[in-house]
Design a protein around this ligand. Structure first.
Ligand SMILES: [Cu+2]
Length: 457
């Protein structure tokens, strides 16, 4: 595999000093504001971004499993905003979906988010108000929930991946409603960063065991990942431990998805190990690990991480009601018609309003849920992707499992990639009361119609 650096070395992300408002006792602020961030390498100008806590990605939020996350959002942006805590099973009122679970927080406003974190693992937070714009401008950050007894590793590294569309030469491109993005594969950037750096590098020692928490915060990019000079396992997907860790192989991480790798440094001293993105047949370094001497001996196999409470109660698909979800639209297939804001419109009229996709014939935010269930009910949802593009379906407040053709069930996940022209059936135990968004996490697709919701009463 040919290995090339995506960008020149340099470009350490630097924050800005922001004005501080009054703090309420005991609650940390999460301030969303416009900031100048050195996103591109140092020889380029700083980028005006919308950021949490002055940096892109936003500050790492870390809590103990069973503990709480408390942050008061302070909106210093020129637009309304909300925060969604992706993958966390929390109470509905804290889920951060404007118009469904809360009113958007106006400029100058505040909102106290406070919720328990029942499941350990790798999560993230991001704006859910006009997310295609606000995430593409930088409003995203990592959220880690620690196991009471974490697995024994030498380093626990959070690698927040994103891509950015930079123009002239380092400004965030303002074409958030780009029709081509909306009708095709979503907004794909031209500049990829790990933890806000174009050339993330972390020295390691030979035979060290690393936990690498990869988070795809990009607005549309599916990261195909590989490693070099590292050997180990996929230990968790979307925060949830795999019952049997899988050897690291080909990995596709959907926008919004996460993967936890536990890997030993097996490359030679003096060389570098890498996490790579495979893009158009070439490998690009997302993270470089220069290998130094002095590590210990090679370790044995990895034991599975303890399952989360979310994984203990399995959905019972055998007895479950089936509610199919049909995805229509997009370039090359087109949308014949759909219901949008109460009106049935043809594809041309929809396109004029920036709508290119429909779920079960409804586009946008339908007034009625795709399903209403009693708490504790399992639903089967065959997802029928009749379009020419993959979609990253994300259900809020729950984890789902694929019903495999063999009859078994796949790993618990909150963000589920459905390939073009395919049918993938999921089962979900809906045990969290409230109104839960179910949408495509290609944020241009969501903005162009791909959202519905499920009511649990
Ligand atoms: Cu999509």
């Amino acid at each position: 595999m040919k290995l090339t650096r995506r960008a020149m070395l340099g470009g350490i992300a630097a924050g800005v000093v922001l004005p501080r408002g009054p703090l309420r006792a005991g609650t940390q602020e999460l301030r969303a504001a416009v900031g100048q961030v050195q996103l591109a390498p140092a020889e380029y100008p700083a980028t005006e971004m919308w950021v949490y806590g002055g940096s892109a990605p936003g500050p790492l939020i870390r809590a103990a499993q069973g503990g709480r996350v408390s942050r008061e959002l302070v909106n210093d942006l020129p637009r309304p905003t909300t925060v969604h805590w992706h993958g966390i099973r929390l109470e509905n009122a804290m889920d951060g979906v404007p118009g469904l679970t809360q009113e958007a927080v106006a400029p100058g406003g505040r909102f106290a988010y406070d919720f328990a974190v029942p499941d350990a693992g790798t999560y993230w937070y991001h704006s859910h108000f006009k997310a295609i714009e606000q995430v593409s401008r930088g409003l995203a950050g990592p959220l880690i929930v620690d196991e009471p007894e974490p697995p024994e590793v030498d380093r626990d590294l959070v690698l927040t991946l994103s891509d950015w569309r930079l123009i002239d030469p380092a400004a965030i491109s303002g074409d958030f409603d780009n029709m081509h993005d909306a009708a095709h594969a979503g907004r794909i950037g031209n500049f990829v960063t790990t933890n806000g750096e174009a050339a993330y590098s972390q020295p390691v020692r030979r035979h060290e065991r690393l936990r690498l928490r990869l988070i795809n915060t990009a607005p549309g990019r599916i990261f195909e990942l590989s490693v070099q000079g590292l050997s180990g396992w996929i230990a968790a997907v979307d925060g949830m431990p795999l019952e049997q860790p899988l050897p690291i192989g080909q990995m596709f991480v959907a926008p919004g998805g996460r993967v936890d790798l536990i890997a030993d440094v097996t490359g030679e001293v003096g060389q570098e190990a890498f996490v790579l993105e495979i893009f158009q047949g070439e490998g690009f370094a997302l993270a470089a690990f220069p290998i130094e001497d002095g590590g210990g001996a090679r370790r044995g196999a990895l034991a599975a991480l303890p399952p989360n409470p979310a994984q203990l109660a399995l959905p019972q698909p055998g007895e479950a009601r089936s509610v199919p979800l049909r995805i229509d639209g997009g370039a090359m297939r087109g949308l014949r018609e759909a219901v949008f804001r109460g009106e049935t419109l043809d594809g041309q009229a929809l396109a004029q309003q920036g709508i290119f996709w429909a779920l079960n014939g409804q586009a946008g935010a339908p007034p009625d849920p795709m399903a209403e269930v009693a708490r504790g009910e399992t639903l089967r949802i065959p997802i029928v992707n009749q379009t020419a593009f993959p979609h990253a379906m994300h259900l809020h407040g729950h984890h789902v499992r694929e019903v495999l053709p063999t009859g078994g069930m796949g790993p618990a996940r909150d963000t589920f990639l459905v390939d073009p022209g395919s049918v993938r059936e999921i089962a979900v135990l809906l045990d969290n009361p409230g109104d839960w968004l179910f949408h495509c996490h290609m944020l241009s697709h969501h903005a162009a119609g791909m959202g519905t919701w499920i009511r649990v009463v």
